[in-house]
Design a protein around this ligand. Structure first.
Ligand code: PEP
Length: 256
């Protein structure tokens, strides 16, 4: 296995469909001073689309970066209610989630569509965060590795290994998202190791440098053990990113 680059740990807060202008301001006024002295951690927050402009201004004096939760893969045109990658860049986004399991499950996003979004985000200069993961039923019948591999493969086929690794991969077991149920550090590491080995088959150097985050009910109590696993390079945090004390504790636990 190629020697791994020592990236900063990456922590991404996914606010989902939560917040309003007043609550966003309070949350960030508590978070930003506490996150300003972190060592070896990069922090991103992904507010809902209507608040991107508000949040980018609040983040301006800080080291925290803006991300979005979704995009449309097309550049412009008759797509009512949709948002292009170029628009997100215009609003100050550096990262964007693609293929989150809630979008795959409730908005019909299939692998090819997710791959098109990944390509569109890269094309606009953003870092796409590709979410992959199995359902509980799939884990029960030992399909975790095949499900994750086929989700990754759809993006590989579309963009190739160099571009895939310019993004970030987030392993998020569906059964652990928003349920309070977390993969144990060993369960998570096993899947991360599988992903790293699969990437290595494509290109060992890229695989070593590719960032693979874990997501699924990460909180102040379990973060440190998860982040100390050799193939876990950070976390995608939902519920705990809405509470300043919890999110600060997760970010502190991510310090190398
Ligand atoms: C998520 O939304 O990506 C997520 C991991 O949520 P939670 O931390 O609440 O499980």
């Amino acid at each position: 296995m190629a020697k791994r680059l020592t990236h900063n740990t990456l922590i991404i807060g996914n606010w989902k469909m939560n917040g309003d202008t007043a609550r966003n301001e309070v949350l960030l006024s508590e978070l930003l001073p506490a996150l300003s002295n972190l060592k070896g951690v990069d922090v991103v927050v992904c507010p809902p689309l209507p608040y991107l402009s508000q949040v980018v201004h609040l983040l301006a004096p800080s080291n925290v970066v803006l991300g979005a939760q979704n995009l449309n893969h097309q550049t412009a045109g008759a797509h009512t209610g949709e948002t292009s990658a170029g628009m997100l860049v215009d609003l100050g986004c550096h990262y964007v989630l693609v293929g989150h399991s809630e979008r795959r499950a409730f908005h019909g996003e299939h692998d090819e569509w997710v791959a098109a979004k990944f390509a569109a985000a890269l094309g606009a200069g953003m870092v796409p965060v590709l979410c992959v993961g199995e359902t509980f039923a799939q884990r029960q019948v030992h399909e975790t590795e095949s499900v994750v591999t086929s989700q990754l493969n759809a993006v590989l086929q579309r963009v190739g290994i160099d571009q895939l690794c310019r993004g970030v991969i987030a392993y998020e077991p569906v059964w652990a998202i928003g349920t309070g149920e977390t993969a144990s550090p060993e369960q998570a590491q096993a899947v991360h190791q599988h992903i790293r080995q699969w990437l290595t088959l494509q290109n060992a150097k890229q695989a070593a440098d590719c960032r693979i985050l874990y997501g699924g009910s990460v909180n102040a109590r379990n973060a440190e053990k998860l982040f100390s696993q050799p193939d876990i390079d950070g976390g995608l945090i939902g519920g705990a990113s809405l509470d300043a004390t919890s999110f600060i504790a997760v970010c502190v636990a991510a310090q190398r």
